[in-house]
Ligand binder design. Structure first.
Ligand SMILES: [Zn+2]
Length: 316
């Protein structure tokens, strides 16, 4: 008897009432809404990721400034059509990114922003994979791409400089010279974030290579602190610095403690963020590390990074 009543209820659905109308939703529509819902959930979790429209606005400001202009003839007589722009003078079509290194971007902007956000805030490769559901090669390629557009950053250090070397990759590995500028007054508010580095293609550095490093990266008349390694002996005869050194055998580590600390931070950075890198990739990883240390402001969010690293490609 009860089942009969239920059946009857189904048959008497009144579609003029909204509650009854919802039964008409097809599977396809349901799928679409489910997709939108799950997307909303992920966006909700990532407050850091702006909307597609906001990202477009950021990109327009970063690439063109106040007014959009033609990337070829530079006139501002352009008009928007179908999500792109067209120049009235030279008739070319262009988009926000068509004349930048993001010209071939195939991802939705929000997805791209999320990958860049992961990279700027040092989310490890594996975590980024889980977050974006993209493959490891894809994430590594994107991280490589972001790194490759960092500006060239060559610093010449002065005043008090600590210099030390470290070895990567065993016998056939590399030598890394790293120097750090130190503030002479310990309690000074302006802490120097200047680093200089050089990577040798072998693990047996000689004096000449240490001297060459000084000539390139250390200002004459600086005060130089190193350990007692023989490659630094008499270095002040080859470049005008005042040289002081520790002897590690006697447990003296004070003079190079800061730069030795940097090596520790570098190794942790590489292991944590990239898990492993090949010896061939070491130079760019060290470059990224030094850049992050010297210019932390660029890595605060994707916008700051793009403001420095995304430019219109000059067209001859
Ligand atoms: Zn034009």
């Amino acid at each position: 008897m009860e089942t009969k009543i239920k059946t009857l209820k189904w048959l008497t659905l009144d579609f003029s009432k909204p509650a009854h109308f919802r039964f008409l939703i097809t599977r396809r529509v349901l799928k679409r809404y489910w997709h939108m819902f799950t997307k909303m959930v992920s966006m909700y979790k990532f407050n850091q990721i702006p909307s597609e429209a906001q990202i477009r606005k950021h990109l327009r400001r970063i690439v063109f400034g106040k007014n959009v202009y033609c990337p070829v003839c530079r006139t501002d007589e352009v008009y928007a059509s179908q999500g792109r722009y067209r120049c009235r003078k030279c008739r070319i079509r262009f988009s926000l990114l068509s004349h930048t290194w993001l010209a071939h971007l195939r991802l939705p902007l929000s997805e791209f922003w999320l990958i860049l956000w992961c990279w700027t805030t040092q989310i490890p490769v594996k975590q980024t994979m889980a977050l974006t559901k993209l493959s490891e090669p894809t994430i590594r390629l994107w991280f490589d791409e972001f790194r490759s557009h960092l500006p060239h950053n060559k610093e010449v250090l002065e005043r008090l400089v600590q210099l030390d070397e470290a070895y990567f990759g065993g016998k056939k590995g590399r030598t890394l010279f790293l120097a750090k500028e130190i503030n002479e007054e310990k309690d000074s508010n302006k802490v120097s974030r200047k680093l200089a580095y050089s990577i040798l293609p072998h693990a047996n550095p000689v004096r000449e290579e240490a001297w060459a490093f000084l000539q390139e990266y250390i200002m004459p008349n600086s005060l130089l602190h190193t350990d007692g390694a023989s490659i630094y002996h008499g270095i002040d005869k080859w470049w005008p610095v005042e040289h002081q050194y520790d002897i590690h055998r006697k447990w003296e580590f004070e003079l190079t403690s800061e730069v030795e600390g940097m090596f520790g931070v570098l190794r942790t950075f590489i292991r944590r963020m990239y898990h492993h890198v090949t010896v061939a990739k070491l130079p760019e990883m060290v470059g990224e590390f030094c850049f992050r240390f010297s210019h932390p402001e660029i890595f605060e969010n994707p916008q700051y990074y793009l403001a420095i690293c995304l430019r219109l490609v000059p067209i001859a």
